[in-house]
Write a protein that binds this ligand. Sequence first.
Ligand code: MN
Length: 509
Amino acid sequence: MADIRPLSEILSAMTSKEAADVSMISKAYEFSRDAHKDQTRYSGEPYFLHPAEVGFTLAEIGMDAETIAAGLLHDSMEDAGVSAATIEKEFGQEVLFLVRGVTKLGALRYRGLERHTESLRRLFAATAEDIRVLIIKLMDRLHNVTTLEHVPEHKRKRIALETLEIYAPIADRFGMSVAKTALEDAAFPYAYPEDYEKTRELLKERTKETEKRLEKAEKDLKRALAESGIREFRTESRMKGMYSLFRKLDRKDWEMGKIFDILALRIIVPTVADCYSVLGVVHKQWRPVPGKIKDYIAFPKPNGYQSIHTTVYTGDGGALEIQIRTESMHREAQYGIASHLTYKEALGYVEGSRGGSLEWIKQFIPGRRKKLPETIPEQSGHTAPDWVQELAHAHEQEGRSGEYLENLKTDFFSHRIFVFTPKGDVIDLPLAATPIDFAYAIHSEIANKMAGARVNGKMASLDSILRNGDMVEIITKSSARPSRKWQDIAKTTLAKKMIRAALAAQKQS
Ligand code: MN
């Protein structure tokens, strides 16, 4: 039996040491323990074990006191019958909003799949207003999925699959790689038991050998770095998650030899300039594998991830992946959006730089709402980007729950691209979007005067298909006008609508 996480551990994990925060958390802890005192988990353990663990995890990833309190209280309305009025009276409106956001629906109105998808819709609607709701939900799911062994078998598989198909991709989308890997690896054995066993066997054979090579490489590298005068650095190794290894094996005909990043060596240094110096030392020491050098510092991943990756031949017949990054990139890579909710200086760090790929995240942060382009009226006043809004409203077009869930799995996570403005702002577009869609997503006045576009510095036709990570610059001319052809090229409803309006206006004048 697991022990209930003591209050003292939650308090010492919490970033804030302010008296008001400490007293709110202490109160929420006792309140929740009391509310759940007659309940048990499937394992037979006291129910309070669960909210206490969720509260602790939230403290550990650096969330604020309101979020930790809401984590402690997150099941008190749904499972212990505490009223909204009581939560509001004891803990205030903000905590109530967060708790409500993660509370599933009452049993009466919906059933089965419909009830389930309706809960998801509500979650996204609340998330669109405040991203902290989603972070609590992810940590709730994380604890539930790590205790799946106790859940009745018929429920287990559904929860595991849903974790892999919905919650892990969400964590990934928000750059929370630690949560993503933990969710995946906890769900994997229950979702696909045979593949899990197969992967585990293959990994077991390889691990010892890989570990030895890593140890030697680490020693050689430390010496090379010291000889080059690089003193301030630390290294760590990271093991690829089992589920992510399985996905890769599946793509590579189950040949372990084709996978170079089972174990990777990370080098963490103080500045961006240091990252490139270290890359130089690494490549001088070992021959890089052609085509495997990826500069995610200059070109961050759509979820904001930054690092330099390179794979090198280590001279013992094998290859090793090396990841180079700064401390702040490291923190961001692990906790993603959560690191931005507490580490405010990280916001200053991204501001105005090409590494500003996390600009869009600011839209989520209460009190730091970034003004969106005025041309998109549907968005004004909201705090989430399009795709979260779409998740929240998708049911207005579709009737069936199955469809909604299907769309959720496919469209929103794999069928979106993220392209950059020259200033580093991220524009979120559907797959196969064109420079025309990009231009209208920025501003209709710019788009209506568009004469051409540069993609990654090169002239591109207006019907070219944009790809993830492209940097797009719109060239305007005062004599330029939208044409009928644009309507056919455009993929987004927004662009089509704006073009139609501009064409109608031209006709009139
Ligand atoms: Mn829960």
